[in-house]
Write a protein that binds this ligand. Structure first.
Ligand code: HXC
Length: 258
C-alpha cells in the first residue's frame, strides 16, 4: 500500500493505519480505494475477528482531499458518484470496526471516524465538520451520524459554525466511547478491545453488530422484533451450544465460529 500500514498486532485483530503524513492523512480517492481493499481483505480473512482503524498522533484524517476536490464540477461529482465508495465501507464490513482517533478528525476524517462501530480517542483529538468554511456541507454522513450521536442542537452548532469539538466535549457528549490519557494508550486500547471481541464467537459478534446497527434505522418495536428473530436464529448455531454448554460444565468455551 502507498497510503496505509496494515498489520495484525494481536491474534484475530486487523490494524489499518492511515499513512499519508505530509497531507495529514487527507482522504484522496487513491487512499480511500486502498482502504476499501484493506478492509475487504480483513473482512474476507476468517482468522480476523475485529478491525482497528487509526491515523497518526497528529491526524486521524484532516478531511477529504481539498486539492483533489477543488476543481470538481457537479457532473464530475454526480456523474461519477464521488464519495459513494466511502459509504461502501460501512455496508460491506460485517466485522466490528473500532476507530482510534488522535489529532485531527475533520470533515471526511470525522465522518470516517464515525463510521466505526466503537470510537475511542486520545487527549489531543479534535473533531469537526468544517465544510461550511469551504462553501460546502458534510458529504459522507456527517450531518446524519453526528446528529444521531450528539443531538440536533450540538450537531447544528458544529456544522453551521465549523467550530471544532475537543476530546473532552466528545467524551461528555457521547461521541466517543472512551478518552485515553495518551495517543499510544488510545491505539493500544482499541487493539485490546478488538482482541477481546475477536475472542468471542464470530457468529455471535456478527449478529450483535447487525442488531445494534438496526436500531439506527428502525423504530423500537420493529427493532426489538428484529433482535428477537436474530436471537432465535442463533439457537441454530454451533457456538450457542458450545457457549451455554461450557457455562453449564464450568469450562471455557472453544468457539467453532459456526
Ligand atoms: C488536502 C490537506 C488537507 C485536506 C491538510 N492538508 N488538510 N490537503 N486536503 N483536507 C495539507 C495542507 O495543505 C498541508 O500541505 C499539509 O497537509 C499540512 O497542513 P497544514 O495546514 O500546514 O497543517 P497545520 O497548520 O498543522 O493545520 C492543520 C489543519 C489544517 C488545521 C488540520 O490543515 C486544515 O484546516 N486542513 C483542512 C481541514 C478541512 O477543511 N477539512 C475538511 C475538508 S472537506 P502543504 O503541501 O501545504 O504542506 C471534507 C468534505 C468531506 O472533508 C465530504 C465527504 C467526503
Amino acid at each position: 500500500y502507498d497510503y496505509l500500514l496494515v498489520s495484525t498486532p494481536k491474534p484475530g485483530v486487523g490494524l489499518v493505519q492511515l499513512n499519508r503524513p505530509k497531507a495529514l492523512n487527507a482522504l484522496s480517492t487513491p487512499l480511500i480505494l486502498e482502504l476499501n481493499t484493506a478492509l475487504r481483505a480483513f473482512q474476507a480473512d476468517q482468522s480476523i475477528g475485529a478491525i482497528v482503524l487509526t491515523g497518526s498522533n497528529k491526524a486521524f484524517a484532516a478531511g477529504a482531499d481539498i486539492k483533489e476536490m477543488k476543481d470538481l464540477t457537479f457532473s464530475d461529482a454526480y456523474g461519477k458518484d464521488f464519495i459513494e465508495t466511502w459509504s461502501d465501507l460501512v455496508t460491506f464490513l460485517k466485522k466490528p470496526l473500532i476507530t482510534a482517533v488522535n489529532g485531527y478528525a475533520l470533515g471526511g476524517g470525522c465522518e470516517l471516524a464515525m463510521m466505526g462501530d466503537i470510537m475511542y480517542c486520545g487527549p489531543n483529538a479534535v473533531f469537526g465538520q468544517p465544510e461550511i468554511r469551504l462553501g460546502v456541507i458534510p458529504g459522507a454522513g456527517g450531518s446524519q451520524r453526528l446528529t444521531k450521536a450528539i443531538g440536533k442542537s450540538r450537531a447544528m452548532e458544529a456544522i453551521l459554525t465549523g467550530d471544532n469539538i475537543s476530546a473532552k466535549q466528545a467524551d461528555e457528549w457521547g461521541l466517543v466511547a472512551k478518552v485515553f490519557e495518551t495517543p499510544e494508550e488510545c491505539t493500544d486500547g482499541a487493539i485490546a478491545t478488538a482482541a477481546k471481541i475477536a475472542g468471542f464467537s464470530h457468529i455471535a459478534v456478527k449478529a450483535a453488530k447487525e442488531v445494534v446497527n438496526k436500531s439506527q434505522d428502525l423504530g423500537i418495536r420493529e427493532g426489538v422484533e428484529f433482535e428477537r428473530r436474530v436471537f432465535h436464529g442463533l439457537f441454530g448455531s454451533k457456538d450457542q451450544k458450545i457457549g451455554m454448554g461450557a457455562f453449564a460444565a464450568k469450562q471455557k468455551p472453544e468457539w467453532s465460529n459456526e
